[in-house]
Design a protein. Structure first.
Lengths: 343, 341
């Protein structure tokens, strides 16, 4: 296990009290695995990623739980410790490449910054020649990285600024930055949402290639179930700060258990099927401030019953499938089969 | 199919160019010349009553510009847009008011398209007033009816847009559009800013309204799964030109243009059986060229994986149509071999 999140709870301070954006989340990322975190806006999926990178800032606070990286807990790291980890062993790719690159620096310099900060390139030469040699080696490495992520003629483009690249190319630069330190885990926060479908296919292809060649683990946060189902090995579904279902892609797609996951699948138009009327999930995404003890999906759930007023813990169905719903509590086996029939 | 009715809207050779002037300084330094953005180039299109026609394409292909040009939110550079055989660019102020009552638009971003300082009542009132409903009680009744029609309730009338969620705001935008009793609506990416679970609600609402009010939609979107679900016919745009036009089934089952083929193959699909995908994915090289200086000949030739040869760079492919499936590509030109030799 490269990355292990145990019972992580994250709260944000607001005028109206503390909002728990992530509630007792447990997520395991194995070596070389691609894990998808799927959910709608405000479900806490990005907050969780930011916590793994130590980027929560002042408003957000980890209220409990552990973030284990190679077995070592990272919660409570000092800023210096975070800086050592960040961009070295774990790196992140953000959603909007234009706003995450610095418009005032050349892209080459921005990629080289990672190499410099983590002292990744080590020249053999000692003495007064060392600095020059270092710079040359680093620049060569940057060009290699740019070529690897598919930027044509990297030597000429080293000195270009971000605005001179298209959206897809900017995203490739971000991936090059993330790759520079050969991290063990890459976190990708909606890396293709801002891009067109044909470019999305290119970028996902590139990430898959990186995953296969270097066996880098990838955590992909997305709202697009179709992207997650094609790209990931495992899927975690989040709703209103809670993980409601977890399992391998095959299990989640062929056999979704939680009513929310089932609802999501029914509300997506599919190209492969004949036209059936979409069944939207009624109502709106739950307001985190108004949540109490009950299941957060209670107000929209077709299977809601009084038992739901007390939200259950995660239930292990098989070793490949976990779900958090009263329907699947040990005693309610008849109910479980009933819900299966609905699906 | 039965004999086609008279089209509601006809586009003939529509062009829309935007001119970008270089500043004095830039001219002196020779850094930049005046530029022309070819947003829409030579588009011919018929929209039939009571159909949903979708425009798809990547960002910057001119699909939104075309949608807006049809409502005369942009004045076109060249060509004709005929609404019920009436050229809309020649309408006077009176005529334009009458036209805009019949043709409405739903915008992409419900956060930006509603005036934050007006209540829902005020937003819809404007439409009613121009329809001639000025009596307070009648307005009240009509607004309540419209809100209920789009799935909101009477008590939302005096709230401001910021008090609503994204899906609800889009419903307000829809209520505003149907308040005019239109017969034609341009839906410019109506669901792409919404959450997945809410998207389906809005799509179903649009479908219901179409059935009940006998609407005609021009549906502008980049999301092919949604387009497949809602449309009767689909037009694929690339760099300002329509490259393929067919009814939905025929286009998705048998795409002809290489661009359409690659577009369709790059849609991620949920595979229920969980088996490995069998279809081959065509991944295009590079990204869309700039519309400031579009490639010569067929505009797709720079990225095309089926390029025949020099003819693609030199000659613009003519529009060929068989059984209502039209395509602009040299691969499908009758007697293409003769041209080549």
């Amino acid at each position: 296990m490269v990355l292990q999140i145990q019972d992580l709870t994250i709260g944000y301070k607001t005028d109206k009290g503390i909002v728990k954006a992530v509630n007792k989340a447990t997520l395991h990322v194995g070596k070389g695995k691609i894990v998808g975190v799927v959910g709608e806006s405000g479900c806490g999926k990005s907050t969780m990623l930011f916590a793994i990178m130590g980027l929560l800032g002042k408003a957000g606070k980890i209220l409990g739980g552990q973030i284990l990286f190679n077995g070592k807990d990272q919660v409570g790291n000092t800023p210096a410790e975070w800086r050592k980890l960040r961009g070295k062993d774990i790196s992140i790719i953000f959603q909007d490449p234009m706003s995450s690159l610095n418009p005032a620096h050349t892209v080459g310099r921005q990629i080289r910054e990672v190499l410099k900060n983590h002292r990744i390139v080590k020249p053999e030469v000692k003495g007064w020649l060392r600095r020059r040699r270092l710079k040359k080696l680093e620049m060569e490495r940057v060009c290699e990285l740019m070529a690897e992520v598919g930027i044509p003629s990297p030597r000429e483009r080293y000195h270009d600024y971000p605005h001179q690249f298209s959206g897809g190319m900017q995203q490739r630069i971000l991936i090059a930055i993330a790759l520079a330190s050969e991290p063990q885990v890459i976190l990708a926060d909606e890396p293709t949402t801002a891009l067109d479908v044909t470019i999305q296919a290119q970028i996902l292809d590139l990430l898959k290639k990186i995953n296969r060649e270097r066996s880098t683990s990838i955590v992909l946060v997305t709202h697009d179930l179709a992207v997650a189902s094609e790209f990931c090995d495992e899927i975690t579904v989040m709703y209103a700060g809670y993980i409601v279902e977890q399992g391998t892609v095959r299990e989640i797609i062929a056999n979704p258990k939680h009513p929310y996951t089932q609802g999501l699948f029914k509300s997506i138009p599919r190209i492969t099927e004949k036209k059936e009327k979409l069944e939207p999930i009624p109502g709106n995404v739950a307001d985190l401030l108004e949540l109490g003890e009950e299941c957060p999906y209670f107000s929209r759930c077709p299977h809601a019953n009084p038992k739901c007023l007390k939200f259950v813990e995660m239930i292990e169905l098989t070793d490949q499938h976990r779900v958090r719903c009263v329907l699947y509590e040990g005693a309610g086996e008849s109910r479980a089969s009933e819900a299966g029939a609905v699906n | 199919m039965q004999a086609k009715p008279e089209p509601l809207i006809k586009l003939r050779g529509v062009r829309k160019h935007f001119h970008k002037k270089a500043s004095f300084l830039e001219k002196m330094l020779g850094r930049m010349k005046d530029q022309t953005v070819h947003a829409v180039d030579d588009v011919n299109l018929d929209i039939y009553p009571k159909e949903t026609l979708s425009l798809v394409g990547e960002s910057g292909c001119g699909k939104s510009t075309l949608g807006r040009a049809i409502l005369r939110l942009h004045d076109i550079t060249e060509g004709q847009i005929l609404y019920r055989n009436q050229d809309i660019s020649k309408l006077d102020a009176q005529g334009l008011i009458a036209f805009r009552q019949k043709a409405q638009i739903i915008f992409q971003n419900p956060y930006a398209s509603l005036n934050p300082r007006k209540t829902v009542r005020e937003i819809i009132q404007v439409a009613l007033r121009s329809r001639g409903i000025t009596n307070f009680f009648e307005q009240e009744k009509e607004i309540a009816r419209l809100l209920e029609r789009v799935g909101l309730s009477r008590r939302h009338m005096d709230q401001y847009p910021h008090q609503f969620s994204g899906g609800q705001r889009q419903r307000i935008g829809i209520a505003r559009a149907i308040a005019m009793n239109p017969e034609f609506i341009v839906a410019d990416e109506p669901v792409s800013a919404l959450d997945v679970s809410v998207q389906a609600q809005i799509i179903n609402l649009l479908e219901e309204l179409k059935q009940d009010l006998g609407l005609t939609y021009l549906f502008v979107s980049h999301d092919l799964s949604v387009v497949h679900y809602v449309s009767d016919r689909v037009a694929v745009m690339y760099l300002g030109e329509i490259v393929e036009l067919a009814d939905t089934k025929s286009l998705f089952n048998r795409p002809l243009h290489p661009y359409t083929q690659s577009l369709l193959s790059s849609i991620p699909i949920i595979d229920e059986q969980g088996k490995e995908r069998t279809r081959e994915r065509i991944i295009l090289r590079g990204s869309v060229p700039t519309p400031i200086n579009p490639p010569s000949g067929c505009r797709f030739h720079t990225r095309c994986f089926m390029k025949i040869g020099e003819i693609c760079e030199r000659q613009k492919p003519a529009w060929t149509e068989t059984n209502g499936h039209g395509v602009a590509c040299h691969l499908y030109q009758p007697g293409r071999n003769e041209i080549q030799t």
